[in-house]
Write a protein that binds this ligand. Structure first.
Ligand code: ATP
Ligand code: MG
Length: 645
């Protein structure tokens, strides 16, 4: 691939940053050579403890019995709210930007405290106790964050289910986690459309007889069905309880939340996280990766239904006493300039989004971006999928006007917090590379025999030692956790992703291991071919998969979405093939190209290549688990095209 250039840290960024490269090197060394001292010091610096721990960490990856800060006691809600009250009670904790650009609100730490306490008291009056599971199925409104924090205040374990999920998907998750309480809203508002959350809950609960409380936030006020015994109006209930609620001391290893993975590679896993280690790494990465300083306005566009929303809208930022923006809407409503308008409106300094959103916005050209100022922006972030160098450059040049470093952060629901990432004041950037490991994270490349590869090379991305925010279990199925992450390569955490490490020790995520394509003995990651395809001006997005090929073993099948207004043509096909030949080599040229008006994505916006593989292989009646597919009609139209071709 043609060498992407390097963007060195600017003087301005370095001077402002908490950490420069020398500090990174020193702290990273310490974190790996003496993790007990390193994490002990960080846990004291970042968190407020009711009782000190006995041991920083214990257990082993191979046994899957990892514990961090055992014996210590703390409370998440206390750490995210109460301890800030003296110094920043009147500071804004949450900025809410509604779906309608006319709606917004600002919630101070003091107000957050009262709201969370009241809701915690409501949960208590309904019999919710430490360890009980509470399902949160909400729009992106401040009450979603209140609900999460109220659970943590009394030691209940939340399971947030993305508000875009269907009644069936909701039902499965309620049953899997055995939730007895559901917090929801009458309706959600997204992109000007109404989503009937309460009615979805009613449908789901038809098969969940154990649920005894449904707390309903009035978001739109449209009529909804009510079960007098089970359903409570949120606004009424919180008026009937006290405005204060003590924060329950929790053990460091007490379960904190359950969250289901996106389902890109198979049936979603109910990842269980525990208390202290999770919060520590969420807080620490939030401060250093986004170089958060007091007074900054920080916006992560994820939904709280995904881990990014957990760690980087709610827990990390609030643990640091930050101002975090919650956005109810979507990037293209009322128009495709919305993100940038919100940035101007609230003077956002730090902006964290996903490649899928960037690629969709790139499709619309530069004008919607250019008509806004974005002068408040200082730092940009990306998460969720590999960011193609082309999209990276667009983000850097058009959105950030070459002023803002981009932190491309690799991590997973299972890792709880960011694992591989640049630190803005320390790391020179290479478009498309997640660069270097965060403190305490020891990534390794493994070959097919499970042997570590030294120096530059490509292989399976695994992690060699435990980190504080790692997965503790798959809820209700500890064996599945051991089998999924700790069995294939004993002694390592297996990420399921492939990666390449270059001569500078920088990490490049090449895609999912399941998606690696083997053409005539060449192992090809999906990211590289896709990045080559999107280099073409006419291409907005691409996904490649392998299919059986008589001669080569596997051939490459590419699904390509063109830019708005570009008509696909045989001419364009030829150009794309020669582009891939030039960028990577002839062996990587797709055998077949199918024009795709849209690509199948999870509800969190990730391309589902396993479904595309089925289409490419003509295995149309065994698409697998499609419960997290965002828009089934996209798949139908690709199948129809395929059948007609
Ligand atoms: P499932 O595990 O159910 O298949 P999922 O892996 O998509 O779903 P998440 O935990 O939401 O669920 O996503 C984590 C994955 O997202 C990573 O394993 C990786 O493939 C991808 N990813 C996240 N951030 C990055 C990044 N910065 N660069 C490349 N890939 C990324
Ligand atoms: Mg995964």
């Amino acid at each position: 691939m043609s060498l992407p250039h390097r963007h060195p840290v600017s003087d301005e960024t370095r001077q402002r940053a908490h950490l420069d490269d020398a500090a990174y090197q020193r702290l990273y060394r310490q974190s790996v050579d003496d993790p007990q001292t390193f994490w002990g010091e960080q846990a004291k610096a970042f968190l407020d403890w009711f009782k000190a721990w006995d041991e920083v960490s214990s257990g082993s990856l191979s046994k899957g019995d990892i514990r961090w800060f055992a014996g210590g006691q703390l409370n998440i809600s206390h750490n995210c709210i109460d301890r800030h009250l003296a110094k920043r009670g009147d500071q804004v904790a949450l900025i809410w930007e509604g779906d309608d650009p006319k709606d917004s609100a600002r919630i101070t730490y003091k107000q957050l405290h009262e709201q969370v306490c009241r809701l915690a008291n409501v949960l208590k009056t309904r019999g919710v106790k430490k360890g009980d599971r509470v399902c949160i199925y909400m729009p992106m409104i401040p009450e979603a964050a209140y609900a999460m924090l109220a659970c943590t205040r009394i030691g209940a374990v939340h399971s947030v289910v993305f508000g875009g999920f269907s009644p069936d998907a909701l039902r499965d998750r309620i049953l899997d986690a055995d939730c007895r309480t559901v917090i929801t809203a009458d309706e959600a508002v997204r992109g000007g459309k109404l989503v009937p959350l309460k009615s979805n809950v009613d449908k789901a609960l038809a098969s969940c007889p154990k649920v005894s409380t449904v707390l309903v936030v009035k978001r739109t006020g449209n009529p909804v069905d009510r079960d007098e015994k089970r359903d409570l109006w949120y606004h009424e209930a919180i008026q009937q309880v006290a405005a204060d609620c003590p924060a329950e001391p929790m053990d460091a290893e007490d379960p904190l939340f359950i969250l289901y993975t996106s389902g890109s590679t198979g049936k979603p896993k109910g990842v269980l996280h525990s208390t202290a280690g999770y919060l520590l790494q969420a807080a620490m990465t939030h401060k250093y990766v986004f170089d958060y300083h007091d007074g900054d306005i920080y916006w992560c566009t994820a939904d709280v239904g995904w881990v990014t929303g957990h760690s980087y809208i709610v827990y990390g930022p609030l643990a640091n006493g930050a101002t975090s923006l919650i956005f109810e809407g979507v990037p293209n409503y009322p128009d495709t300039s919305r993100f940038w308008q919100v940035i101007d409106k609230h003077q956002v300094n730090i902006f964290y989004t996903a490649p899928t959103a960037l690629r969709a916005l790139m499709r619309e050209g530069e004008a919607p971006v250019k008509k806004t100022s974005r002068s408040s922006l200082r730092l940009l972030g990306s998460v969720g999928e590999p960011i193609n160098p082309e999209a990276w450059e667009w983000y850097f040049k058009v959105v950030g006007e070459q002023r803002c470093p981009i932190v491309d952060t690799w991590w997973q629901t299972e890792t709880g917090a960011i694992m591989i990432t640049p630190l803005p004041g320390a790391t020179d950037l290479k478009p498309g590379s997640a660069t270097r490991p965060f403190f305490g994270v020891q990534p390794v490349l493994l070959d097919e025999q499970g042997k570590e590869i030294d120096g530059p090379g490509a292989g399976v991305l695994a992690i060699k030692a435990s980190w504080p925010s790692q997965i503790r279990s798959v809820y209700g199925d500890h064996k599945r956790m051991l089998e999924t992450y700790f069995t294939a390569y004993p002694g390592y955490y297996f990420s399921g992703d492939g990666a390449r490490r270059d001569e500078d020790g920088y990490w490049w995520i090449t895609g999912r291991i399941d998606d690696v394509i083997n053409v005539s003995g060449h192992r090809i990651g999906t990211a590289e071919v896709e990045s080559a395809l999107v280099l073409h001006d006419a291409v907005a997005e691409a996904a490649v998969v392998g299919y059986p090929h008589d001669v080569k073993g596997q051939g490459i099948y590419a699904f390509v979405t063109t830019m708005n207004g570009v008509e696909p043509s045989d001419e364009l096909k030829k150009e794309l093939l020669s582009l891939v030949g030039k960028e990577i080599g002839s062996f990587a040229k797709p055998e077949l190209i199918q024009w795709a008006p849209g690509l199948p994505k999870t509800r969190s916006g990730k391309i589902m290549r396993r479904i595309l593989r089925k289409i490419a292989c003509n295995e149309l009646d065994s698409l697998g688990d499609t419960s997290t597919l965002a828009d089934p009609s996209v798949v139908d139209s690709l199948i129809e095209q395929r059948l007609n071709s």
